[in-house]
Design a protein around this ligand. Structure first.
Ligand code: NAD
Length: 353
């Protein structure tokens, strides 16, 4: 397949592209604006492949996207470009409205025009796969409740509200115009190349630097963690075998309290990086409780039964195995982290088709 991926320089998009190039024969065009979250160094392992191309641009640039679609002739578009950090959405929601809602609308219109011009066979085979989050469902209060594909939407943050809006647009473009779409809603991802402002890499890097490990509120918020490479495998399964118009929840069956995640990271660091900053006896001593995030969701947990039953996908990593790989990856790739932290990763060149 020829697959146009939006947001392919981000955390999940780059994992997906590495998987597509290294484990399949598909061809990939990566359209990414390279916001602060886009990092071409995360694509370095595959950037020389003749099956991979990068173009810097905005999903809301209708003329550019239309030109790329016409030239590249994709069989599928996988849409991952988004503003994705909840804390940033609280400080400045405008970019979230612009990219996640207006940008998705613009992409839908560009893709619809392209799709209408395809011959009948290619039109029937074409897929627009919209990648979304379990945060659109709000939070769960019962200890046994799980998000299913029919859980009503009840987003809490500007981020999750903007993703919910984009899901509604995508669904409407299928119902109204017949665009062959697929939607996936996934739980929290973790793994290599994760931007250091997110919980797991932030804790690893702060601990190594002897800095406080800030835990929101009492740290009892529960998240369902999925190793990013398991997510990439799930996305490939959905775009190639999913039923048009369907939603699939993707989750790792790994519910963990935030505080327990931080403690697990500290325990792994005791084993893998025992030489600590002189100021501390144990990495756990760095844990510091900070004022809770406004509107903080208490618990997310996914019922991933549908994708398991219908498409045969199951995660390959447990939380223990995935977290160990992740901590080891950060220890082995401190240069990548340093270039993100000092901003030098942004000296990246523009791409051409
Ligand atoms: N990270 C998670 O745990 C998680 C979980 C479930 C779903 N998701 C969803 O998966 C998708 C990818 O998440 P991520 O964690 O990789 O995000 P990310 O922030 O790491 O990457 C987003 C990418 O999109 C690009 N981008 C932003 N605005 C753009 C625009 N207007 N035009 C083109 N490119 C643009 C950025 O440069 C960046 O490379 C998002 O849609 C997110 O909502 C994320």
């Amino acid at each position: 397949m020829r697959i146009l991926i939006t947001g392919g320089a981000g955390f999940i998009g780059s994992a997906l592209i590495r998987h597509l190039i290294l484990a399949t024969e598909h061809q990939v065009l990566n359209l990414d604006k390279l916001t602060y979250a886009g990092n071409l160094e995360s694509l370095q392992p595959i950037s020389d492949s003749p099956r991979y191309r990068f173009v810097q641009g905005d999903i809301a640039d209708h003329a550019l996207v239309s030109q790329l679609l016409a030239e590249f002739q994709p069989d599928a578009v996988m849409h991952l470009a988004a503003e994705s950090h909840v804390d940033r959405s609280i400080d400045g929601p405008a970019a979230f409205i612009q990219t996640n809602i207006v940008g998705t609308y613009s992409l839908l219109e560009s893709v619809r025009a392209y799709w209408l011009g395809l011959d009948n066979e290619r039109k029937a085979a074409f897929r627009l796969h919209h990648i979304s989050t379990d945060e659109v469902y709000g939070d769960l209060h019962g200890v046994d409740d799980l998000f299913t594909e029919t859980t009503p939407y009840a987003p809490s943050s500007p981020y999750s509200a903007s993703k919910a809006a984009s899901d509604h647009l995508v669904r409407a473009w299928q119902r109204t115009y017949g665009l062959p779409v697929l939607i996936t809603n996934c739980s929290n991802n973790y793994g290599p190349y994760h931007f250091p402002e997110k919980l797991i890499p932030l804790m690893i890097l702060n601990a190594l630097a002897g800095k406080p490990l800030p835990v929101y509120g009492n740290g009892q918020q529960v998240r369902d963690w999925l190793y990013v490479e398991d997510h990439a495998r799930a996305l490939l399964q959905v775009v190639t075998h999913g039923t048009v118009g369907e939603t699939y929840n993707i989750g790792g069956h790994n519910e963990q309290k935030n505080l327990d995640v931080v403690k697990a990271i500290c325990a792994l660091l005791e084993e893998l990086a025992p030489e600590k900053p002189a100021s501390i006896a144990r990495y756990e001593d760095l844990i510091t409780y900070v004022k809770d995030r406004p509107g903080h969701d208490l618990r997310y947990a996914i019922d991933a039964g549908k994708i398991e039953r219908e498409l045969g996908w199951v995660p390959q990593e447990t939380f223990e195995s995935g977290l160990r790989k992740t901590v080891q990856w950060y220890l082995d790739n401190l240069d990548w982290c340093r270039r993100v932290q000092d901003g030098s990763y942004q000296g990246q060149r523009l791409g051409t088709l």
